[in-house]
Design a protein. Structure first.
Length: 542
């Protein structure tokens, strides 16, 4: 047995789980933890940000880009709350993020004395935001709690977890042995349900596949299922790239909407199917199959014909194998899908200005490069019209759709995946939420390219005010810095691109450079509205 502090045991356990980076912003509550990180700095890097939200979004981006657990650590109270939006986005995205944060002195917790950063029932509040949380109440439990937290992160519905520790407890020591990584329970496949699903699909005339974030590890199985059924694969934000976007069977929202109307069996893989259930509608002529890690998810809002619970990959593998015995021979729908795609592509020319910029980005971003979107005109267009070739190469925030997530999340992705180019596309509104993290990008030499589309407005809000509220424009105009000078003042590379051709050339230069961040400002006017392709009226049921 080795004598260690709670902080040392925590750091050693993180390392034992293969974690090599801590995103962080220090403070007195965590001094012992930072001391432990210093001592272990040959095995774990500490990347500090300029605001706690930056640290948490970076952990989120790193987790999404690598599919590995990613911790961040911050002081309690204000520090923890500064990470709130990132933590709830991690929850909504089922992302493996570990929040580590301090506490007031152990003896004073819950007494309301008013210690530095004290907050009433911090553990209670955080327990509502994540599925697993605990307080490290003695040095002996630190290692076990880390192991349990990391197991919880990947068991059942995956997602963020949280551990807190009092300012003095981090420094207390005891003889201990570290807990080895715990086994993650294997999915038990419900064979009856697999057979029922396979039979429904085998007999379907117009089957359809819908992918969400939970489908990202079953690309091969989804491609096989799609080929066997000649079925289109719909993805909007999180499931893009599960089926290669170059396939005519890979569809985004507007073509998916057309196909949804015709479908007689739909299978949702790792997706809430919210748009389909809540907006497009379901009726008795459509049988729905769900595969989800959360046993409670499939029955929310509508009752599926068949529900399969667990890790999508082994379930899909089994489903494809069983379907092979029941499926019938189907005529190729390739030509039909190509024709439908061509028609939709002409309709999408309504948003031609956004598409020309997206084409420049697609041409310059290598196949395995990562694009991180934002809640902006270019982001909305990317979800509809940017072809994504591989899973985890298009990061989009899912149902939180929180403005300001993009730049710092992309920094985390670029930091964790230094082997591939990462591009962040953002509006001038969203960029300024975390623009201060340009300092972090420079300090840690993070080779991210951020493209800021500057229209001098919360453009999305402004257009709604103009079109739906009689042009009564309020609180949507923006005073901007000169973004090129802004980035330059940090020592980052920066330039202005005034059209898609200039963007293409600027991207080529920045991707070739890769020794630190680049900001490309693209001054733009108002873009045409994408909303007719995103919000579409009910087509089935009541
Ligand atoms: C956290 C959060 N706050 C506010 C909003 C509402 N909102 C959605 S889009 C938008 C404006 C975005 O402006 P910008 O980033 O400049 O993009 P643009 O629409 O101009 O392209 C706002 C305020 C949101 N989605 N999330
Ligand atoms: Mg804007």
């Amino acid at each position: 047995m080795e004598t260690m502090t709670a902080a040392e045991a925590t750091v050693a356990s993180l390392i034992a789980h293969g974690i090599d980076t801590m995103y962080a912003l220090p403070g007195i509550h965590n001094d012992h933890l930072f001391e432990a990180l210093f001592k272990a700095s040959d095995r774990i890097r500490t990347v500090h940000s300029r605001h706690e939200q930056g640290a948490a979004y970076m952990a989120l981006g790193a987790a999404l880009a690598t599919n590995r657990p990613q911790p961040y650590c911050v002081v309690p109270g204000p520090g923890l709350f500064n990470t709130g939006a990132a933590l709830l986005t991690a929850y909504a995205m089922n992302a493996p993020v570990l929040a580590l944060y301090g506490q007031i002195p152990d003896h004073a917790i819950g007494k309301g004395i008013g210690y530095l950063h004290e907050i009433r029932d911090q553990a209670g509040i955080i327990s509502r935001l994540v599925d697993f949380s605990a307080r490290i109440g003695s040095p002996e439990v630190a290692s076990r709690y880390v192991a349990e937290a990391l197991r919880a992160m990947s068991s059942g519905r995956p997602g963020p977890v949280a551990l807190e520790c009092a300012i003095d407890m981090w420094g207390r020591s005891a003889p201990m042995t570290l807990t080895a990584p715990l086994a993650i329970p294997k999915t038990i496949i419900d064979e009856d349900a697999v057979l029922a699903a396979a039979k429904l699909l085998a007999n379907a005339t117009n089957p359809m596949i819908v992918c969400g974030g939970g489908a990202q590890d079953c690309s091969a199985e989804v491609a096989e299922l799609s080929a066997m059924l000649q079925a289109p694969v719909l993805a909007y934000r999180r499931g893009r790239g599960v089926l290669d976007g170059r396939s005519p069977f890979a569809v985004t929202l507007p073509l998916g909407y057309e196909l949804w109307r015709e479908a007689d069996v739909a299978i949702g893989i790792g997706t809430h199917m919210n748009i389909q259930k809540l907006e497009w509608g379901v009726d008795d002529d459509l049988k729905v199959i769900r595969i989800d890690a959360d046993p409670e998810e499939p029955a929310r809002a509508i009752t599926p014909a068949v529900a399969l619970t667990g890790d999508a990959r082994p379930i899909m593998r089994r489903l494809v194998d069983v379907l092979g015995k029941h499926n019938r021979k189907r005529a190729s729908r390739k030509a039909e899908m190509e024709e439908r795609q061509a028609k939709m592509s002409s309709r999408l020319e309504k948003i031609a200005p956004q598409r020309r910029y997206l084409e420049a980005i697609r041409d310059e971003l290598p196949e395995n490069g990562i694009l991180v979107d934002e809640v902006t005109q270019m982001g909305f267009a990317a979800r509809l019209a940017f072809p994504v070739y591989k899973p985890r190469t298009f990061l989009s925030p899912g149902y939180q759709d929180n403005l300001g997530w993009g730049f710092a999340t992309a920094l985390g992705a670029a930091d964790a995946r230094r082997d591939v180019p990462v591009i962040s596309i953002t509006g001038d509104g969203g960029f300024m939420f975390t623009a201060n993290e340009m300092a972090t990008a420079v300090r840690h030499n993070i080779p991210l390219t951020v493209v800021v589309f500057a229209d001098g407005a919360f453009g999305n809000v402004r257009r709604i005010q103009q079109e739906r509220y009689g042009n009564r424009v309020i609180a949507s105009d923006l005073a901007n810095p000169d973004f090129v000078k802004f980035a330059d003042s940090f020592g980052a590379a920066s330039e202005r691109a005034r059209n898609p051709e200039e963007l293409r050339a600027a991207l080529r230069r920045s991707i070739a450079r890769r020794d630190g961040p680049t900001l490309i400002e693209v001054p733009v006017g108002a873009f045409p509205s994408p909303w007719e392709f995103i919000q579409m009226p009910r087509v089935r049921g009541k």
